[in-house]
Design a protein around this ligand. Structure first.
Ligand code: ATP
Length: 257
């Protein structure tokens, strides 16, 4: 039924048998994943594990070789437009418009997400202030630093109060104050029932924020667990991570090092 509302009890993210081949190599190799609504979910793995490729498939930027994706109960890519209005994104490389100011970009994002002009403008102004990006309001995005870009992407992800956040390294390059603002905001979003799915290499941060984690290695999930279960097994997330993907640990160091 076209335009049917998704079942609100369906998981925020459901992935079955997801695969992505680049040439002969599987970047993502048969991924099954269920992220319940209202969950703060950490998607971890070493460099090259397939995290960004997975997120790119979730948001329709890369086409899966095989598998099924449902976001908020809706199939992707068939219902991509409906889905995109209900998710907030911080992609790995920023999809920003260099010749706009921060305020213009946020207003544009708000309008794209279906807000009326007045609401988009007022929320854009409030978000700029909240993320401390309003010191030089005429500055173009081309002149933004890396951390400022991440702050702006996070602001754009929030402007339409989405139900699901897909965030690729959202704190990378953001200073301690900015990162604290983002973390507190994301925890607030989860408290109001939204779902957060993020990648990060900073395991202490993940451990503090996330309810559940998956660890990906060579395109496959090697651990899926509640953070509290790891703790009751007397393991830190870092211990589990190194145990599961730490191949190469204990390699001989060259003499000169
Ligand atoms: P990182 O933590 O370093 O960001 P990641 O887990 O996000 O890593 P991906 O960027 O998803 O890893 O890459 C997974 C694998 O797919 C890597 O081997 C990478 O070289 C390969 N890959 C990614 N994008 C492409 C592409 N466009 N063409 C060919 N290979 C690719």
């Amino acid at each position: 039924m076209h335009g049917a509302l998704a079942d609100p009890a369906s998981p925020a993210i459901e992935v079955r048998g997801l695969r992505k081949l680049y040439g002969e190599k599987a970047a993502v190799d048969g991924l099954d994943l269920t992220v319940p609504r209202g969950c703060f979910y950490g998607f971890l793995g070493p460099n090259g594990a397939g995290k960004t490729t997975t997120i790119r498939m979730l948001i329709g930027l890369a086409r899966p070789t095989a598998g099924e994706i449902r976001l908020l109960g809706l199939p992707m890519p068939e219902r991509a437009l409906d889905i995109k209005r209900r998710i907030g994104l911080v992609p790995e490389e920023s999809l920003l418009f260099e010749r706009l100011t921060g305020a213009e970009f946020l207003q544009f994002a708000g309008r794209m997400y279906g807000l009326d002009r007045a609401t988009a403008a007022s929320r854009a102004a409030e978000l700029l202030e909240f993320f401390r990006l309003n010191d030089s309001p005429r500055k173009l995005i081309a002149e933004y630093s890396k951390g400022m870009r991440k702050r702006l992407m996070m602001a754009a992800a929030l402007i339409h109060r989405p139900e699901l956040f897909l965030l690729d390294e959202p704190f990378e390059g953001v200073d301690a104050v900015g990162a604290r603002i983002m973390k507190d905001l994301l925890l607030d979003q989860v408290r109001r029932g939204a779902t957060v799915f993020l990648t990060s290499h900073v395991l202490e941060v993940v451990e503090r924020l996330c309810d559940r984690v998956a660890i990906l290695n060579q395109g496959r999930i090697v651990l899926e667990a509640a953070v509290s279960d790891l703790h009751s097994a007397a393991e830190t997330l870092e211990d589990a991570f190194v145990r599961l993907v730490g191949a190469g640990q204990g390699l001989e160091k060259p003499d000169w090092l």
